[in-house]
Write a protein that binds this ligand. Structure first.
Ligand SMILES: [Zn+2]
Length: 444
C-alpha cells in the first residue's frame, strides 16, 4: 500500500535513477548545452520545448509547463499509478522495495531514545535536590524560579561527573550506547564523556510530553553559557520548540503564542500566568517553524531580546512570514529596551507593564513601513521608486487579500498615489520578474 513505502526509499530510488536515460529510452532527445531537449510528449508542438536536466533530475516544458521527476514522468507518460512507477524504477535499478516493518523499526528506535532521555531526566530531577548539588537550587531561586515551575518543566541538574568509568560502561553497555545516541554522552579518544557536566537541564518535550533533547545552562561560568543537545534522530534544533508541550497542556484552546528566545523567559512568563509562550532554540527562526506556529494559532507575537540581534531577528521573521499571512493571521512584535529580555524586564517592572507591552505590540504593517522608510524620506522620484519596488515586492508575497489591499492603500498614501489602479501597474511588472526567476530556478 502507498503509505507504507518509506520516503527514504523513494529518495534513494530517485538518487539512483538517471532521468535523462529513462526519458531518452522512451522519446527522442538531443543534448543542447547542459540539458536535453525533445518535442513535448504532453502537448502539440513543432519545435522542442521539453527539457530534461541531468543535474536537477527534473523535466520541464516551456510550452505547457509540465514538470516533475522520474516518478512523475512514468505516471504522466506511461499512465502508471504511483506504486507501479515505484516498482518500475526499483526494477530498473535492481532495488528491492522494503517491507512495511521499516516504519515500525524506526518507531521502536525512536521510542528507545525517548525512554533513555526520560530515564536520564528523572535522574537529573533527583540530582537537583541532592545535598552536594544545592548550588543548583540556589541558582534557580536566584533566577526567581519557584518549586512549582521546577516540577512543571521537569527541570534538573547534571552533576559533576565528567568521564564515565570503564566499569560502568561494561555493566551498562546498552544504556551507555543509548546515551551516546541521544547526545547525553559522547566518545572522545575512547573516553566516554558527559556533555552536560554541572549544568541545569531543561528537557525539550514533544507534544506527547516525550523528551526530544535538552537545553542546558551552566552555573559555573562555563562556556558556552547555554548548550543544546546535538542533532539526533529525534532532536532537530530547527524544529523543536521549548514550552510547546506545556502550552498545550495548560490551554484548552491556544489563541495566541508569544515567541521568546530563552528558557528562563518561558518559565518566568508561565509563573506570571502567561501560559502561552514558547522559545525557539537559538534565534534561528525558519519557515518550517512559522508554518507550524500558524497551524497552531492565528496570532503570533514575537518578543526577542532587546539587542541588535533581536531587531535583526524581528525583521527576518517579518520577511519570511509574509507568504504565510492569511487574512485571519496576525503577526506582532514587542521591542524591549536595550539589554533586556522578557525575564529581566518582568523582574524589573512587573508583569502588569509587560502585559501592556503585549497589548501594544507593533503590528506587522507598522513595522514594515517603518523599517522601509527608515533610510528613505521619499523626497524625490528615485527615492519613491526605490521604496515602492521593495514595498510592492514584499506586499505581493502576502496571500491574504484583504490585508494586502490595506497595505497597498497605505503604500499609495505614502507615495501620494490615490488610485489603487495605478499601483497595479507595478504589480504586473513584479509578477513578470517573479515568473522568469522561477523558470531559471528549475533549469539552471
Ligand atoms: Zn509541453
Amino acid at each position: 500500500m502507498l503509505y507504507k513505502i518509506p520516503k527514504s526509499f523513494i529518495n534513494e530510488l530517485l538518487i539512483n535513477t538517471n532521468i535523462v536515460e529513462l526519458i531518452s529510452s522512451k522519446i527522442n532527445t538531443i543534448k543542447k548545452g547542459k540539458n536535453y531537449y525533445s518535442i513535448c510528449p504532453f502537448h502539440n508542438e513543432k519545435t522542442p520545448s521539453f527539457s530534461i536536466s541531468f543535474e536537477k533530475q527534473f523535466y520541464y516544458c516551456f510550452g505547457c509547463h509540465v514538470h516533475g521527476n522520474a516518478i512523475d514522468f512514468l505516471i504522466n507518460y506511461e499512465k502508471m499509478n504511483f506504486i507501479e512507477s515505484i516498482k518500475e524504477l526499483s526494477f530498473l535499478n535492481g532495488m528491492k522495495i522494503p517491507k512495511q516493518n521499516i516504519y515500525f523499526k524506526k518507531y521502536l528506535k525512536e521510542e528507545n531514545l525517548h525512554n533513555t532521555l526520560n530515564t536520564i531526566s528523572l535522574n537529573y530531577q533527583k540530582n537537583i535536590y541532592k545535598e552536594k548539588n544545592k548550588i543548583a537550587i540556589k541558582y534557580l531561586k536566584y533566577r526567581g524560579i519557584n518549586e512549582k515551575s521546577i516540577k512543571t518543566f521537569s527541570i534538573g541538574y547534571s552533576n559533576n561527573i565528567k568521564n564515565v568509568s570503564k566499569n560502568y560502561i561494561k555493566k551498562n553497555k546498552n544504556f551507555v550506547n543509548n546515551l551516546i545516541k541521544s547526545g547525553i554522552l559522547y566518545n572522545e579518544k575512547n573516553i566516554v564523556k558527559n556533555r552536560f557536566t554541572e549544568r541545569i537541564m531543561f528537557p525539550i518535550k514533544n507534544l506527547q510530553g516525550k523528551i526530544n533533547g535538552f537545553g542546558a545552562r551552566s552555573i559555573f561560568k562555563k562556556i558556552p553559557k547555554y548548550l543544546n543537545s546535538p542533532e539526533t534522530k529525534i532532536f532537530k534544533k530547527k524544529e523543536n520548540l521549548y514550552g510547546l508541550f506545556e502550552t498545550y497542556k495548560y490551554n484548552k484552546k491556544i489563541k495566541k503564542l508569544l515567541i521568546v528566545e530563552g528558557y528562563f523567559d518561558v518559565i518566568t512568563l508561565f509563573q506570571n500566568k502567561i501560559k502561552y509562550s514558547i522559545s525557539i532554540l537559538g534565534t534561528s527562526i525558519n519557515t518550517n517553524i512559522i508554518k507550524k506556529l500558524f497551524n497552531i494559532c492565528n496570532t503570533l507575537i514575537y518578543c526577542y531580546d532587546g539587542d541588535n540581534a533581536g531587531k535583526i531577528a524581528s525583521w527576518k521573521t517579518l520577511e519570511i512570514s509574509l507568504p504565510y499571512i492569511k487574512d485571519e493571521n496576525v503577526l506582532k512584535f514587542i521591542f524591549l529596551p536595550k539589554g533586556e529580555d522578557p525575564d529581566s524586564i518582568i523582574k524589573k517592572e512587573g508583569i502588569k507593564k509587560f502585559k501592556n507591552r503585549i497589548k501594544n505590540a507593533v503590528p506587522m504593517s507598522k513595522l514594515l513601513f517603518k523599517k522601509l522608510l527608515k533610510k528613505n524620506n521619499l523626497s524625490n522620484p528615485e527615492e519613491k521608486t526605490k521604496f515602492s519596488i521593495t514595498a510592492i515586492s514584499m506586499i505581493e508575497k502576502i496571500p491574504g487579500k484583504t490585508i494586502k489591499f490595506f497595505l497597498k492603500k497605505i503604500l499609495g498614501n505614502k507615495l501620494g498615489i490615490l488610485e489603487i489602479n495605478e499601483l497595479s501597474e507595478y504589480k504586473i511588472k513584479k509578477k513578470n520578474i517573479v515568473s522568469s526567476k522561477k523558470k531559471k530556478k528549475i533549469l539552471v
